[in-house]
Each structure stands twice: as C-alpha cells, then as structure tokens.
Ligand binder design. Structure first.
Ligand code: ACO
Length: 430
C-alpha cells in the first residue's frame, strides 16, 4: 500500500482515504473505513467502479487490450501451452515443471470417472433439458459423492482441482450422449485432457472416433482463452456464494448458472442463433443493425461489446485467427463465417458501435469453431464452463486463503421505498 491518500469532502468534513496501487498500475481508493467514519456508502450499480478484492491471478487492461494470467501474456500461453499446463499456472501461480505437469495429468486421469449412481441422474432430466442446467445440477451434487477437501496446501488444491476438472469434462460429454440417446463412452487413460473429451463426445460403438490433432490443438487454445478473466459475473458469483462459507462444488455450480446468461457466457450460443437468423433473412444485415440501435428494442448484437474492453478483446483476435485455420484444416466451409466477417466489417464502420467501443468479444467467433468440430450449439456454453473452471477454483481458493480480508460478501443499498408508516388493519383498508 502506498502512503498517498485521497481526500473526500462531504458537507463540511474531510476524510482521508488510502490509495492502493496494483503491480501493473491499477489505482484504487480504499473506502473500507468510509461508512464507519462518515455514515455514507458509495453507490455503484453494476459495479462499474468497484473493486471487490485484491487478486494475484489475472491482469486485464481493457483500454489496451491486455490479458495476462499470473504475469504471462495470453498470446504466449495460447501459442505454447496445453490447457492443463495453463490450469496449473492459474491455480498455483507458476508454470509446472515436466514432472509436476505429468503428476497433474496422472491425477486428472485417476479422477475421470464419476460415481455410477450419478449416471442415473441423467435419465431423469426431460429430453430437451439444457446442458447448462444439467451441468449446474451435477456439479452441485458432486458434494454428496466426494468429500470436500480444502486447498490449504498446493498439493491439496491440485487434488481438488484435478477432481473437478476431470469430472466436469466427463459430465459434459455424458450429458451430450444422453441428449442424443447414445451409449456413454467412458474416459480413457491413454488420451489427453482434450483428446479424451472429444472421444467421449464423438466415439460410437458402431463408428470409432479418430482424434484429430488439429482439433485437439484448437480445443486446447479455446479452453486456455477462457481459463480466467478476473472478476467477471460468474467468477464474482463463485466468490460471493463461497464467501458465505459454502463448499467449492456448490459455489462453482452457482458460477455455472451465472455463466449461462446471454449477456455473459450464453452469448456464444446467441451469436450462432443471430447469424443463422441473418442467413434466414437473406443476409439482411441492416435489419439486425437497426434493431440493435433501437433504444426501444432490447435486442443487442451478440458477441459485441464488453464491460472492460474498450478496444479489441485480445481473445477474440486469437480466436478469429484460429477459426479460419481450423475450418481450413478440417475442410469445413461454413457460410456463417462469411456472415460473421461481414457483420464485423459493418459494425466497425458504423459510428453507433465505434463511438460506444463495441468490438467483437471472445464469444463472437468461438461458436463457429465449435460447430466445425461437431459440437452442437446448446453445448457451447458448457465448453466455456469447462474452460473457466481453473479460474473459478483459483478465485474461490484465493478468497478462502485470505486470512486478512475474508468476509461474507454483502453489498449495501440506498433505500428508496415508503417512509415508515402506521399499520392499517384489514377492515379499515379500502
Ligand atoms: N449491441 C448493441 N448495443 C450495445 C451492445 C451490443 N452488443 N453492447 C452495448 N451496447 C450499447 C448499449 O445499448 C449502451 O448504449 P447507450 O449508451 O446508448 O445506452 C452502450 O452500448 C453501453 O452498454 P452497456 O450495457 O452500458 O455496457 P455494459 O458494460 O453494461 O455491458 C455487455 C457489457 C453486457 C457485454 C454488453 O456489451 C452486451 O450486452 N453485449 C452483448 C452480449 C455479449 O456479447 N456478451 C458477452 C460478453 S463477453 C463475456 O461475458 C464472456
């Protein structure tokens, strides 16, 4: 903490508030003593200016389009690492050595099965159940099957994380298999994290699946790009729910539910639905642009805009490049890619969007890649959840281990309702 202060004057009294600097230049006014000293709170709906914690995990500069996990640039990690390597980094704070990585992989393989009793749960969801609601339910119930462990040491944290990362992958693939009525394909010891997922999704007793290295590489990249994004809506949810002292699985289950929303992770599904709509309307882009600009219409262009990025989302840049490469490698021609590129061109030359800094975000091109891999649209947000898991676990653990500043999350409000009045008995009310 620096010894600089900000001075806030309210009516005729001044309050000295400490200034806090982050390691990459973040600046904050520490208002923790404000209400006690002045009786005032700060009002910040949507938390546009509110820092909820200090964190060592991810640095994000929305003005310059910078995203670093534990100090490493997302571009370098996406280019050089596997998802599991990055998950280890996000969780522990350092890149793993070869031995540490092999040990972590071994644990992931060991925990890949889910309890057979859990498999019966899948039979009782209605046929059109959303995979996100299935995922949230199943993650919550993991608490009943596997004893809760703390992350007091790195070793314990890695065990907890390996169990969750591995089982979520199995649950995700099983929920897809159930939805199409195919037999479940169990995880295999000889396949990598991403290879195993693809095999559980697409292998069939009548037609063995061949794991395509290009698809595995792209899936690794996509999961890395989603691994953490500091205090976004779902991560803040995980922290808030966890702050009440609830177990990790239930906190993560709440995060899955928050991610489902179309303004958050659900946007990757909404993008494809929007692009398909444009295609059905014979590429009538103007109709969608006009709707998005209409202040009386709640429609928004999915995949554009971000609370923090006021320039290109660096993840979107990487995904856009990966998109063309993957489609080429898989020899897939998707007309939605051309529609997406055309829409981006229109948006980037339209003053409404330019003046509001509305650039493509991480969700704009990711769905087109998932489609090329054969992943159905209703599974896109599940893919996001698999990727975001290291971040959720790491933030939950960071909060739990923070002995100095761990307290239940409990915002205040400014009450604007009826003033105190006398009760009126029922027989006197007209
Ligand atoms: N299409 C059209 N207009 C938009 C869009 C959009 N996608 N996004 C923002 N705007 C407009 C708003 O209408 C508002 O205009 P106004 O100033 O005239 O009222 C202005 O831009 C600012 O928008 P806010 O809603 O105040 O921005 P906020 O930071 O609260 O919202 C959000 C960010 C939710 C991402 C928003 O841009 C959005 O809804 N985007 C579409 C959904 C989406 O892609 N979500 C995924 C985000 S990435 C992620 O969570 C993984």
């Amino acid at each position: 903490m620096s010894n600089k202060h900000a001075t806030l004057t309210i009516e005729d009294k001044s309050y000295k508030l400490p200034i806090i600097h982050g390691t990459e230049g973040d600046k904050a006014v520490d208002i923790r003593s404000l209400r006690k000293e002045s009786g005032y709170i700060t009002l910040d709906s949507g938390y546009m200016n509110t820092g909820s914690c200090q964190s060592d995990i991810t640095f994000l500069d929305g003005e310059q389009g910078i995203l670093n996990y534990r100090g490493y640039a997302i571009e370098q990690l996406a280019e050089n690492c596997s998802f599991i390597e990055v998950a280890y980094l996000v969780l522990i704070g350092e890149l793993p050595t070869r031995t540490q990585l092999n040990d972590f992989r071994e644990q992931l393989s060991r925990f890949a099965l889910i309890h057979e009793d859990m498999i019966h749960f899948f039979d009782h969801f209605p046929p059109n159940a959303s995979p996100m609601s299935i995922l949230s339910t199943m993650v919550n119930t993991l608490n009943n099957f596997y004893p809760e462990m703390t992350g007091d040491t790195d070793e314990e944290l890695l065990v907890v994380a390996a169990r969750l990362l591995s089982k979520i992958r199995t649950i995700a693939a099983f929920s897809y298999k159930k939805s199409v009525g195919h037999p479940l394909i169990y995880p295999r010891y000889d396949l990598s994290y991403c290879g195993n997922f693809l095999n559980m999704m697409f292998d069939k007793p009548v037609k063995p699946y061949v794991v395509h290295p290009e698809v595995v590489a792209t899936l690794n990249k996509l999961l890395i790009l989603h691994a953490d994004h500091e205090q976004n809506c779902s991560t803040s949810t995980v922290r808030l729910v966890g702050s009440a002292g609830v177990n990790l699985y239930t906190s993560i289950s709440a995060g899955v539910s928050a991610l489902w929303g179309p303004l958050h992770g659900g946007a990757n599904t909404a993008v494809i639905e929007m692009l398909e709509g444009i295609q059905r309307d014979n590429n009538d882009f103007q109709k969608y642009i006009d709707k998005a600009k209409d202040p009386n219409d709640r429609f928004r262009l999915s995949g554009f805009g971000h609370r923090v990025y006021k320039t290109f989302d660096p993840r979107a840049t990487i995904i856009k490049q990966a998109c063309s490469k993957t489609l080429e490698a898989l020899q897939v021609e998707d007309p939605l890619l051309n529609i997406a590129m055309e829409l981006e061109k229109i948006v980037r030359n339209d003053d409404y969007f330019v003046s509001r800094n509305l650039y493509p975000n991480v969700d704009f091109y990711s769905g087109i890649i998932y489609r090329a891999m054969g992943i159905p649209t209703n599974m896109f947000t599940v893919m996001f959840a698999m990727g975001r898991l290291p971040g959720w676990i790491s933030h939950w653990n960071e909060m739990m281990q923070d002995s100095g500043d761990r307290r239940i999350g409990r915002p205040r409000q400014v009450y604007q309702g009826a003033k105190k009045r006398d009760f009126v008995p029922l027989h006197e009310r007209e």
